[in-house]
Design a protein around this ligand. Sequence first.
Ligand code: BGC
Length: 742
Amino acid sequence: MIKKNLFLFILVTVLIACSQQKDPIEKKIDDLLAKMTLQEKIGQMNQLTGTGLSDDMKSQIKAGRVGSVLNEIDVKTVNELQRIAIENSRLGIPLIFGRDVIHGFKTIFPIPLGQAATWNTQIIEDCARISAIEATATGIRWNFGPMIDVSRDPRWGRIAESCGEDPYLTSVMGAAMIKGFQGEKLSDPTSMAACAKHFAGYSATEAGKDYNTTYIPELQLRDVYLPSFKAAVDAGAASFMCSFNDINGVPSSGNEYLNRQILRKEWKFDGVLVSDWGSIEQMINHGVCLDLKDAGKKAITAGVDMDMMGFAYIGHLEELVKSGAVTEKLINEAVRNVLRMKFRLDLFENPYTKVTFAMPFYTDEALQKAKQAAVESAILLKNGNSTLPLTDKIKSVAVIGPLSDAPADQLGTWSFDAEPQHSVTPLAAIRNYYGKQVKVIAEKGLAYSRDTNPLGIARAIAAARKADVILYFAGEEAILSGEAHCRADISLPGVQSELLSALKKTGKRVVLIVMAGRPLTIGKELTEADAVLYAFQGGTMAGPALADLIFGKAVPSGKLPVTFPRMVGQVPVYYAHKMTGRPAKNIVMIDDIPVGAQQTSLGNSSYHLDAGDSPLFPFGFGLSYTTFSYSDVKVSKNELSEGDSLNVECTIKNTGKFDGSEVAQLYIRDLVASLARPVRELKGFQKINLQVGETKTVTFTLKSNQLAFWNADMVKRAEPGEFQVWISTDSQSGKPVSFKYK
Ligand code: BGC
């Protein structure tokens, strides 16, 4: 007995001693902090954009006034700047070089919205890994991505950079990107620190106009906009970035509640929180700070560790500390976060980037992955008379449209480092890979998406007349989406729609392929085209991917990561809406209202007179060349209690004529709760391959905590009552089964 007690005593003492022992990195930070002057600490909190080997940059680094440099991508310059930091600054603290590697560095993958349309976490992780291998070869160890702002407004140009409208889909896609960027361990030279951005609520911008005000009730913030960021913390994201917007009047860079209470206290995040470009300074424009000094004080108080190009910290923190307005403790905490990330990246031991003659760019593996990702990101929206894939009866195709041969535009937004000469366009791919099978008649018609030149149209029609089938590549130039590139009208730009009508009038079958940075309102085009493939902007290998899909070497499997509106006035339109007290029914469209009809409120319900109540396409939608049947959806038990889980399964059969992949989607609905709940919420998905005639059973495990939501007391809890659950091919179809939560 005594022996046993003694053993327990020793064990407890050892455990306590171990728990008190500092992480070696924290110990190193303590030592370094003890040696740093206030100015050197503030220097670590300063991020400047690259100016090459300018004298100013060199002298600032030497003086310890820079912690990080962004947008410097020449490896020799990076190494030389690093050498100055290591050898010529007093403490030799390494710099960290950052860049936006949003969907590829040299090899460009589909825009993130397109990547999300793959519903394939593995391919997304693989694309991010390749991006990291390419970018780190030039010394970039900090990537300002992924952007995980849940985006429900296609007018907003940055929807292109997002994973769409759903908190769950965005969470898992964001986590996959983080995994890929950061690799197995951050210390690996091919790993880059990920940066979950923009924290938070940026995408809820009013009228879809960039940088605009947002009003987000806390419940919605917690339920919709924050889950992807919490998932990013759980996935080990090394850093976060503030957003530009104000939420309910408080700009994110000065938002103590978001940055300290939620991010640090609730989520225990110990990485770096960097401002967005100038966002600290811009608090003056927001009208919440008097001047740059005031802005610096607000930002550090709110927990922003690093000032990206705002000059508030480097210009004013010293004086703020000296006057007692800011404590040095706050500075130490911020610097600790910055140094921790640098230690985790092993920059102190391995600050330099190996310069190799052959850079790992555009490798076969990278191009193959880029092609696969582009294949899986394309969504088949319509396939009248099985127009696609083209059979060998088709002897000639007319390749028309401004996106048919636009190497830069197919790369989409945020592709600064790519060289368009590496892009393989649809026209090039069709000629190269299918040119023996069919005669290719090429005539762009319009030189770019906004072109209105009538001569081009005439030439395109003449070309189309000579072909069996018209392949019309329409869409948006890359510059029409992305940061600050928002549109109030989200139809096809220019006269592309008119060109489609003219092509249709030739009597030939028309396949419309849309390459755009956002959902476009293509209701009219949908009725005119025989088949529609929505490809977003597919990157370097968009051409070969689309060619394979058109000619049947690949089968479409993409699903919409965002609802497509019929018209822009429906926005915001998303599948997980609430029911309302008067759900849409008895829809009478505008032209069916009798002239002089009396107003009545009887039987009225929630819809638009000119758009009805349905979107053009729901979230999760996407056709294939084959068909799938869903049957036998069942739950493993009828009751679920706290801490427990149940299985939901169903049988899916490939009932068509092609082997293909299907994304089975798991949705739930809480029928009666203390607060109105969405009509459906995505809780899981699985992408499966099925050969012709093959049947598979898919099983999801639904845990009780997946039923939880934030209630009026700001507690996240599942409430007892009846739930419905679906496994379906999109967010609107399928038959639910029920279970009870006790
Ligand atoms: C964007 C960020 C980006 C930063 C650095 C800003 O304008 O909002 O997303 O990471 O610039 O390029």
